[in-house]
Ligand binder design. Sequence first.
Ligand code: DX5
Ligand code: ZN
Length: 214
Amino acid sequence: MIIRVSASILGLDYSDQTAIDQAVLRITNANYVHFDIADGKFVKEKSFGSDVVARTSLSGTKLEKDVHLMVKDPEKEVDKYLEAGADMISFHAEASKAPDKLLGKIRAAGVQAGLAISPSTTLKSIEKYLDNLDFVLIMTVKPGKPGQKLLKTTIKKVASLRKKRPHLDIEVDGGINAGNAGELIDAGATILVSGSYIFNSEDPKIAIDLLRNA
Ligand code: DX5
Ligand code: ZN
């Protein structure tokens, strides 16, 4: 499967739309812009909402919108992100009482549906949903903040999910850089999320190519 890169804007000054628009132009060789929605309830951090997703135009690029909902009630929140033009939406299994239903709703809207799991959540707990989703987002850091160090223990989770599902897209998120991307790809990851490594790089486009070809 081809390796894709999703550039996270969590570390940027997302209150300044021109800053986001300029950042997008620096990552046009990525596959997705990763919008980390933190609601201050599911995680203690608060980031931004569907207004930022809606007003960040990706027209003129081949970039798509990858929305990661770190929110307490994803069932209540999802419509706003469907309307905001999300191409992929993941929500946390730990925050949903009926993941199946919400996955079905996202897919019915023609959007790729994913379940996200925090480092302490087992694959076992989402096994029953694996036939009703398009991807799994395995958090490689504790959800909420950018700039954390990748938790090596999560790489085993990627490998065991790959073994169970040879063709499923596996997105990994947090603390990813050119130094650990190779190990994640070897374990089976197909979509790499990165914010700090990409945007702190001298040339984000080169950073993206280094991740994809790690
Ligand atoms: C954590 C976020 C971050 C972000 C990437 O909640 O999901 O992982 O996307 O941040 P970096 O690449 O800075 O670790
Ligand atoms: Zn994320």
